[in-house]
Design a protein around this ligand. Structure first.
Ligand SMILES: CC(C)(COP(=O)(O)OP(=O)(O)OC[C@H]1O[C@@H](n2cnc3c(N)ncnc32)[C@H](O)[C@@H]1OP(=O)(O)O)[C@@H](O)C(=O)NCCC(=O)NCCS
Length: 263
């Protein structure tokens, strides 16, 4: 089976395991022509943010719920998410959401709700996007990785840089798309600077992405470092900052340890 067919089959399988879930994008109407609105053959409904204020308000509530003190401020949502780009969304009946998120939205069972969302910002470098916000309230496994991958394909991203914390479950979600090359510390610092790193994922090779999504991509780690060992992890970032090639290999974190491959 070709790589693109394999990803299409995996995406079909994902949606068949989550009936009632559909793919949408929310962004300035200006961008509709720039996007791939059938990533891996899955149809995306484009919702211009200028005319979908309620959906934008729902995104804001859920983002602030998911990220607490560092949730997106409203003006950042409009100026830096919706004007320059588009958020990928999985929408579903509210009854499918985890109870705390559903309560926060105060919706009835059959009302439509955002079940998961990913935003990656466009950058100055062609093909390179910057992962900003990933959230999922749909239990069932694997939803975060799928909303991320479908959104990146919709954006026509070739490479992704993102910021993560060693001890966040999302590292396993990010590593679902392939090895994470350690780039180094966050430019300009970060609220959680002491446990935060920048990674890069190459999403240009469908064969590799397809294998990684199915956890068939196995690369032996040469080092295992506890997610709590901040001095050792800081040492890795120094090495990456100095230009050494280091990757977190799938599944990224295992039994409280980061899986690192040197070279
Ligand atoms: C991170 C988040 C998007 C994951 O959602 P999801 O993809 O639907 O979650 P899943 O249940 O499929 O779990 C994803 C992975 O994390 C692992 N995981 C889940 N909870 C975990 C925990 N408490 N500790 C360690 N790993 C955990 C799962 O095993 C899974 O990995 P696997 O598929 O390799 O087994 C979701 O929890 C969320 O929205 N969190 C709040 C916002 C946030 O922190 N976003 C990430 C930073 S940008």
């Amino acid at each position: 089976m070709s790589d693109a067919r394999s990803l299409t089959r995996q995406a079909e399988d994902f949606f068949s395991r989550h009936p009632g879930v559909s793919l949408m994008a929310l962004g300035s109407g200006e961008h509709v022509e720039s996007l791939d609105l059938a990533p891996f053959g899955m149809p995306v409904r484009y919702l211009p943010a200028e005319r979908n204020l309620e959906l934008a308000a729902q995104y804001l509530v859920l983002n602030q719920f998911a990220f607490g003190g560092i949730g997106v401020p409203r003006w950042v949502l409009s100026d830096l998410y919706l004007l320059p780009g588009a958020i990928g969304l999985l929408r579903c009946p509210a009854r499918m959401l985890e109870p705390r998120a559903r309560e926060r939205l105060g919706l009835a069972d059959e009302d439509l709700a955002i079940g998961a969302a990913y935003y990656a910002a466009p950058s100055l470098t062609p093909g390179l996007f910057i992962g900003v916000s990933l959230m999922s309230f749909l239990p069932g496994g694997g939803v975060g990785a799928w909303v991320k991958l479908l959104t990146l394909r919709m954006l026509r991203a070739k490479r992704l840089r993102g910021v993560a914390q060693w001890d966040n479950p999302s590292v396993r979600v990010h590593a679902r798309l392939g090895p994470l090359r350690l780039v180094g510390r966050v430019p300009g610092g970060h609220e959680y600077g002491e446990r935060t790193f920048v990674y890069e994922t190459d999403v240009s090779d469908d064969a590799r992405v397809a294998a990684a999504m199915e956890r068939r991509l196995t690369l032996e780690p040469t080092l295992r470092v506890a997610v709590t060992d901040l001095p050792a992890l800081g040492g890795l970032l120094d090495r990456a900052d100095a230009g050494e090639v280091l990757h977190l290999v799938p599944p990224g974190v295992e039994a409280g340890h980061v899986l690192v491959r040197e070279g």
